[in-house]
Design a protein around this ligand. Structure first.
Ligand code: 2HA
Ligand code: ZN
Length: 273
């Protein structure tokens, strides 16, 4: 049996492939990390290799010491992951101080974890606390409709959340906390990692202005579903704005409260009128 037949590895590769087919991963765009459960580490153990040297990340999270992550590789194309996983993704473990990683599987031929690993790592730390250990997935994609909206909507959480909630009836049920917005920043470093993790204290998703979206979730289905729902709502909102027609009706704040009651979710009241 190949390591790629282990269910968690299949789930990881499937999400990458689905994202590619959605058109969210041009060239080397986007990245995915998954924090492995102990039982999953057990199922993978016989495939793990003698580790290579430690690499410092420039960020630290004590609550992620000794954790193991599946990660996409830096500069790798989502399009190629299903064809040759071992060169394009890998498994890394974190050291005792929570500030360095080393490869224990994959990332062959000198590859390293995604350039956004510091952002993923800080977000994992924050979401692990925010959800009592439940969240395990961080997913970044270049979602075209949402990126387009970052040129025409004010870069504020309230504006984006309301635009998305009002664009499809089930949005408030899928992300009742709303979405946060990170202003334009240089990608790939500790600064954007810290700014994003501040947002992720309160929201399961962070819009990166003129760049894309970061989503978190407990498993691959939930996280991919969140990305998909937000991007679809952005698509609808952009279509409405592009129609050139005045908006005659929308989902009102009271309608949103009705949905929250019917589906038993608690909406962020700060975003309602
Ligand atoms: O190229 O998406 O944000 C990978 C990225 C960086
Ligand atoms: Zn990106």
């Amino acid at each position: 049996m190949s390591i790629l037949e282990i269910p968690v590895m299949r789930g990881f590769v499937r999400l990458c492939n689905d994202g590619w087919h959605q058109g969210w991963h041009e060239r080397n765009g986007g990245n995915l990390t998954y924090r492995l459960k102990e039982s999953e580490v057990e199922s993978l153990k016989k495939y793990l290799l003698p580790a290579r040297g430690w690499v410092n990340m420039g960020v630290q999270a004590k609550n992620l010491a000794y954790e193991r992550f599946i990660t996409t590789g830096s500069g790798k194309f989502f399009r190629n992951i299903e064809q040759s996983a071992a060169e394009n993704i890998g498994i890394v473990e974190i050291n005792a101080t929570g500030d360095s990683w080393r490869t224990v599987w994959g990332l062959e031929a000198g590859a390293v974890p995604t350039s956004e690993f510091p952002s993923h790592f800080m977000n994992h730390s924050i979401r692990k606390i925010a959800t009592g250990g439940l969240n395990r997935v961080i997913y970044h994609a270049h979602t075209p409709n949402l990126i387009a909206l970052t040129y025409i909507l004010p870069l504020e959480s309230r504006e984006f959340t309301r635009a998305l909630w009002q664009s499809a009836t089930e949005c408030p049920v899928v992300f009742p906390e709303g979405v946060g917005v990170v202003p334009w920043m240089v990608p790939g470093g500790a600064d954007i990692a810290k700014a994003t993790s501040e947002i992720m204290k309160s929201y399961p998703a962070a819009v990166w202005a003129h760049h894309g979206l970061f989503c978190s979730g407990k498993d691959f289905d939930e996280t991919f579903g969140l990305m998909h729902t937000i991007e679809e709502a952005a698509n609808i909102h952009l279509k409405v704005l592009s129609s050139g027609r005045p908006i005659l009706q929308t989902i009102t704040s009271d309608n949103l409260r009705q949905i929250a009651k019917a589906f038993n979710v608690k909406l962020n009241e700060a975003f309602l009128d």
